[in-house]
Design a protein around this ligand. Sequence first.
Ligand code: 5GP
Length: 196
Amino acid sequence: DSSLKNTKSYLIDGKFFSEIISPSSIKSRVHQIGEDISREFKSEKPVIIGVLNGAFIFMSDLIRNIDIEFEVDFIKISSYKNDLKSSGTINLEKNINIDVTNKHVIIVEDIVDTGLSLKYLYGEISKLSPSSIRFATLLYKNNKNNVHRNKIHLDWIGFNVEDYFVIGYGLDYKQHYRGLNGIYAAKERWGNWKRI
Ligand code: 5GP
């Protein structure tokens, strides 16, 4: 069968990627985070900033679970160079357009790995004089070599994941597979699998 969805493992470029977080777990966790944000910001109108490209699916599901008024914008940075490893430097590809002066900001990330992106984003958004900066990330990678991430507080973490390369739900492998509904990690296979 040629369909891409609903398989527990994929063989991609000679590596197995297996489901570690199901679509239904993602759905309920995103709902919880949305409720949390709604409660905390009920008398504010926060600006919610999605970090492109990886966070676009998390962002779109999250904002539909937030039951208060807010503004939306996107920032685009690049750090990963189409590979499984980080290049170490970060470029600002697109800044936000909304004026966030004296507003509460929530930055929405797909995954925190080394924390370099987090630190960079904190620096860039701080320059714009918001009242506060919060961070929501879908995934938090258990990377022992992490130098930066513990210096910035993460307000909402969807799931902690082991130090594997992950794809799906917005996260890519060489710009592919962002549309998978679950999160898949490059580890041993289980269950039925497909070569793609
Ligand atoms: P950090 O700056 O924390 O090392 O990495 C953050 C960015 O690197 C994420 O926003 C994401 O774009 C990318 N990244 C880190 N780990 C992974 C991963 O396991 N899979 C994918 N697809 N991207 C990752």
